[in-house]
Write a protein that binds this ligand. Structure first.
Ligand SMILES: NC(=O)c1ccc[n+]([C@@H]2O[C@H](COP(=O)([O-])OP(=O)(O)OC[C@H]3O[C@@H](n4cnc5c(N)ncnc54)[C@H](O)[C@@H]3O)[C@@H](O)[C@H]2O)c1
Length: 251
């Protein structure tokens, strides 16, 4: 575990009730941050916050949030920033959607994935950066997916949304590079989370081969969390606008 100090810093984490978001929130708490854990699943979120309460030197609060709802995101971030200035946004909320060939994809299902993953990223990044630009510092971390660049079959909306997240990340990084603001993106191939378990291609040899991970295994959430903490630390005063392949080398 890399010993970054997040004492006195306010980190907002979306998708915090599960998988990578939950793991990152726990690491931020261990590093002393005040964490606002956000998720659309209020029951899972309350369970996470109850269990995370004593996870570190930091403190944790829950906010039920639908990242696809622009007005709700804006109001929530404005209220959070007024309570305690937002220093860090880790945006891990996303859905894959029901695997379907493009030829049979219902436009409503396409819209739902795009609204959650791409417009959702716009919503939370915009709300966070407005607060960060007022003070001239901040860190934003989004999640792409190697599936986007490889055209993984039957999840076209997910792939398109994740390609868009990279484009949004690099654009926003340039627009904020004159301040102490860093906007980056981690692009995993496979991390052992409920999202991967639900895909049916798990942490077995078939699942790893399908994801072409030369390391021969999925990444652990804690390994992703260490990378996130570096990118979101005060010490990362230069690296911005990057999409980091977190893929364990392509087989
Ligand atoms: N796990 C992997 O192998 C992998 C690979 C590539 C990319 N990613 C990306 O990493 C991020 C985290 O993935 P994960 O595996 O931890 O997923 P996960 O399914 O375990 O967790 C996602 C969380 O997002 C929440 N969420 C969904 N829709 C939401 C909404 N509208 N508003 C707020 N919260 C919402 C869910 O309730 C859930 O708690 C995602 O962006 C995902 O696309 C993961």
């Amino acid at each position: 575990m890399i010993p970054f100090d997040f004492g006195g810093r306010h980190a907002v984490v979306t998708g915090a009730a599960s998988g990578i978001g939950a793991g990152v929130a726990l690491r931020l708490l261990a590093a002393g941050a005040f964490v606002t854990a956000c998720d659309i699943d209020g029951t899972a979120l309350d369970r996470f916050v109850a269990e995370a309460g004593s996870a570190g030197t930091g403190r944790c609060q829950a906010r039920r949030l639908d990242v696809a709802d622009h007005a709700q995101v804006r109001a929530t971030f404005e209220a959070l920033d007024a309570e305690r200035p937002i220093d860090v946004l880790v945006h891990a909320a996303a859905i894959v959607g029901k695997p379907t060939p493009v030829a049979e994809l219902d436009p409503a299902d396409w819209q739902k994935v795009i609204a959650t993953n791409l417009t959702g990223t716009f919503n939370v990044d915009q709300a966070a950066v407005r607060a960060m630009q007022r003070r001239g510092h901040g860190r934003i971390l989004n999640f792409g997916s190697v599936a986007a660049g490889e055209g993984a079959m039957h999840i076209a909306a997910y792939n398109a949304s994740k390609a868009g997240v990279v484009a949004l990340t690099t654009t926003l990084a340039k627009e904020t590079a004159d301040q102490d603001i860093a906007v980056n993106c981690i692009v995993p191939a496979g991390v052992r989370t409920p999202m991967v378990a639900a895909s049916g291609q798990g942490n077995d040899s078939a699942g790893v081969a399908a994801r072409r991970i030369a390391r021969g295994r999925l990444a652990e959430v804690a390994e992703v969390a260490d990378a996130v903490l570096w990118l979101c630390a005060k010490e990362n005063s230069f690296t911005t606008g990057q999409a980091f392949n977190f893929a364990g080398a392509r087989a």
